[in-house]
Every structure is written in C-alpha cells, then in structure tokens.
Design a protein around this ligand. Sequence first.
Ligand code: MD3
Ligand code: FE
Length: 220
Amino acid sequence: MWTPDLFGSVSSDSGATAREALSDGAWVLRGFALDHAESLLQEVDAITRAAPFRHLVTPGGFRMSVAMTNCGRLGWVSDRRGYRYDARDPETGHSWPVMPESFLKLATRAAEEAGYQGFAPDACLINRYQSGSRLSLHQDRDEARLEAPIVSVSLGVPATFLWGELERGGRSQRVGLQHGDVVVWGGPSRMRFHGIAPLKSAWHPATGEFRVNLTFRCAG
Ligand code: MD3
Ligand code: FE
C-alpha cells in the first residue's frame, strides 16, 4: 500500500519512495530528500566556511552565473586551462572538505532506489543559483567512471531542468525540480545534454533567494 508520510512524499510499506521514470535509466524521486533538507543545508554552510562559493571562469573566459564549491576527495573546477576534477581547492590549495556521512548515505540510498547498487561517489559538486543564474546545455564527461550514475538533490527555490538528447542541438524537455527532489541519472541517460533555465526570482524559507543543488559523482 502507498501512503503519504508527514513530509508529503509517498512511501510504500517497504519504505520506498515513489519513483517516476524520466527517461531510460533516469528516475525522479519526488521529495526523497525533504526530511533531510535542513541538515543538508547546515552541512553546506559548514563546507562553504572552508571552501566558499565562487564563480568559476570557463576555458572561453566567461564567468559562470552559478556559484560553485565541492566536498569529497575530488572537486570539479574550471579555469582558462579547461575543466577537470582536482583533489585541491585552487583558491586555498587545501583538500576539499570531507564529504559528510549524511550526504553519502542519502546519495547511496537514492541510487539504490533507482536500481543502482553500491553507488560510492568520491565527489560532490555544490551549485548555488540566484535570480537569473543558468546552466546552458552541456554533457558531464569529466568523470573517470561514466558507467556510474549521477545523483542530484535540489534544495530551495524551484528550477526548470532542461533535458536534451545525446547530441547537441536536439530538442529539450522541461522538468520542474522542487525543494527535496532527487534525480538519479544513469545508463543511457548519463551522456544526455542537460541544463538549468535562468532561475526566476523567488524566495524559499530554507534557502532565501537561492537554489542549491548537490550532484554526487564517481569522478576518480
Ligand atoms: C544528467 N547541474 O552540475 S543537476 C551540473 O541543477 C548540472 O545544478 C544541474 O548539470 C543543477 O553538471 C543539474 C542534474 C544533472 C546532473 C548531472 C547530469 C543531470 C544530469 C549528468 C548527466 C545527465
Ligand atoms: Fe551537468
């Protein structure tokens, strides 16, 4: 039997959250992170005290409108030399903050829910959007293990996710992502083009004017 829990997500007697197929190998787990949102955001605060959000520069010289930081053994960085995963924060020269156990547990449980067993990410990219911030259509191809899925957790202000095809220039679908939604992207969906439409000005009690997105990756 399926019953809504206190947080509004739907759970079965087995404790499973309803999953919605987005495309081949990609699953939306609506509200999967809702009851952990406050503690996830507290961890983000602690991480950003050691590794502040910053606007990276693309190899083409453009400042990204999304502010980023990382935790975990590896972090994603971009500069005039290119995109890569690095064990050190280029701003401080220090290792990235350790990935909190609670992040790892949530990501592993979400992957399992979508049918990917034993997900053990070594990188968590943390993106912060404000009004007008966007991420244009791109593929994630800098990870060493492309057979592993990516798990994303949306927090705060809602966004429109753009879901493209395997080739640039295809059509893209629009999918709304709300506070607490988790999406698992693997298999044939792993290399699809995707992005985030310019964030609409809004306010969320958990994050204020921001949207925060965590993406868990097997990068090394
Ligand atoms: C589908 N972030 O950081 S998360 C990114 O909401 C990124 O901040 C967006 O795209 C965000 O690279 C979208 C969803 C996501 C992340 C990685 C994917 C979807 C993906 C990789 C492959 C396919
Ligand atoms: Fe991406």
